[in-house]
Write a protein that binds this ligand. Structure first.
Ligand code: HEM
Length: 443
């Protein structure tokens, strides 16, 4: 008994450091895995029908679990990403118009302008310069989300946010051993003070944004911030200031790091696959030549989009989903008692030997016809699925495609000799080190 508890703790300590490195080889073949935690059961649901059951057909029986919320709550409070039930449903309805498809053509202009700013900075660097691209990609995507959602140019505050997030991720971004062990939430968590310092820095920027938002011209198209400020409940009451702050924090976090990481992994994969890179360049040169990319070019960039889809398969920024069963259930023939934790690891599912041919190979063609018809919908969930599907899915894809085209048009990125880049599964799937790539000018 004691030996098995010791083994479990050793396993969790490994997971705490890097979730994706701890998955045993056999998990890439299994359909469902049962893990006995000290206080409850955890099921890793690793097959498309099971995913569909938990996230779509019986989703009302599942809520975001403490494994997820304890990592994110100090930063996101009761925001959209972690809330449940009626609060979540109401807030999703209030905020969803901000990412509606009809807004995308106008959003594309901001994305392109911000992307061009980054390219201009890169052009000013000496040839062959090595950049840890996680930083500029995070800064540019933070700038974009701030301008689109809050009508607020971040500029130098972007650096403050970048470092605050980094600090938060280092302190809170690991798997929470305390939650796995079932320890009560009032017990102080390790790394707490660093996390709180990061949250305080972050909050100062949010306050600046809020002040500027309250002074905005009412004639300009409504941003997500306007939607929060102008909200009135059926009794005519405005949204509570804390909740407004939590929603702003959630959109900020959800809306930039994922996009930045996708771009980094996409260029990493291109650097390892010159034949794919060649096809990307041919497509971009054919569609764009020397002119700047625009919203209307996106449908022509089909191969670039397949590269992005395949990047999201191999390196999904949200690599793990955590839920808690509200009532008893049966998943894939397995009895699941109320209170069990459910883990869906898109990292495993996207590399599952039964559902993907040559799962480890980088093959963008699988997302193009005719092969794309063979894809199993619930074996590929980079944006989640069901009613909790990513609210910014289409915006995120548009943003990655436009920024990808802008960079690939001008630069070839290379991993410097001797550098090994590994995925680090924490709160998100980050590269370690922070994706140093050498910039080679194409034009
Ligand atoms: C490549 C880019 C992105 C990826 C891979 C991604 C991925 C995801 C995933 C997997 C979830 C679901 C998590 C779960 O079910 O537990 C999610 C939720 C969410 N995402 Fe994204 N996301 C991206 C971009 C964006 C952008 C640009 C926004 C900006 C508006 C955004 C806003 C959100 C929000 C608000 C949620 C919570 C939705 C809810 O629970 O109702 N995401 N995202």
């Amino acid at each position: 008994m004691l030996a098995s508890l010791f083994d479990d703790i050793k396993y969790l300590l490994r997971a705490r450091n890097n979730v994706v490195a701890m998955w045993p080889k056999s998990y890439y073949r299994k359909e469902l895995i049962t893990v006995r935690l000290p206080t409850r059961l955890m099921f890793i649901v690793n097959n498309p029908a099971g995913v569909q059951h938990v996230m779509v057909s019986n989703e009302q029986n599942y809520r975001k679990s403490p494994l997820n919320s304890q990592t994110l709550k100090p930063l996101l409070g009761n925001g959209l990403f972690v809330s449940n039930g009626e609060l979540w449903a109401r807030q999703r309805k209030v905020t969803a118009p901000s990412t509606h498809g009809s807004r995308l053509p106008e959003y594309a202009k901001t994305i392109i302008a911000c992307g061009q700013g980054m390219i201009a900075d890169w052009r000013a660097l000496p040839p062959g310069h090595v950049v840890e691209v996680t930083e500029p990609f995070t800064l540019v995507t933070a700038e974009i989300i701030s301008q689109l959602m809050f009508g607020f140019p971040l500029q130098e505050r972007g650096q403050v946010l970048y470092h605050a997030f980094k600090e938060y991720s280092a302190s809170h971004g690991r798997v929470h051993l305390f939650e796995f062990l079932g320890l009560p939430s009032w017990l102080p968590r390790p790394g707490g003070w660093r996390g709180r310092r990061a949250v305080r820095r972050f909050d100062r920027v949010l306050l600046d944004i809020l002040k500027a938002g309250q002074a905005r011209d009412p004639q300009s198209p409504p941003t997500l911030l306007d939607m929060l400020i102008n909200y009135r409940d059926p009794q005519g009451q405005p949204m509570a200031p804390d909740l407004m702050r939590d929603e702003m924090a959630s959109i900020f976090l959800a809306g930039h790091e994922t996009t930045a990481l996708t771009l980094g992994w996409a260029f990493f994969l291109l650097s390892q696959h010159p034949e794919v890179e060649q096809r990307v360049h041919e497509e971009i040169d054919r569609v764009l030549g020397d002119r700047a990319v625009g919203f209307e070019d996106v449908p022509q960039l089909t191969y670039a989009r397949a590269v992005i889809d395949e990047t999201l398969r191999l390196y999904p920024p949200v690599h793990i989903f955590s839920r808690e069963a509200i009532g008893d259930d049966v998943i894939s023939g397995q009895r699941v008692p109320a209170g069990s934790y459910i883990t869906i690891a898109s990292w495993l599912l996207h590399r599952h030997e039964k559902y993907w041919e040559e799962p480890k190979a980088f093959r963008p063609e699988r997302f193009l016809p005719p092969q794309a018809q063979k894809l199993q919908h619930f074996a590929y969930i980079p944006f989640g699925t069901g009613s909790r599907v990513c609210m910014g899915k289409h915006l995120g894809l548009l943003e990655v495609t436009l920024l990808f085209a802008l960079v690939a048009q001008s630069f070839r990125l290379r991993v410097p000799e001797g550098v090994v880049i590994e995925p680090l599964g924490r709160m998100t799937l980050r590269p370690s080190p922070a994706m140093p790539l050498r910039l080679e000018r194409r034009r």
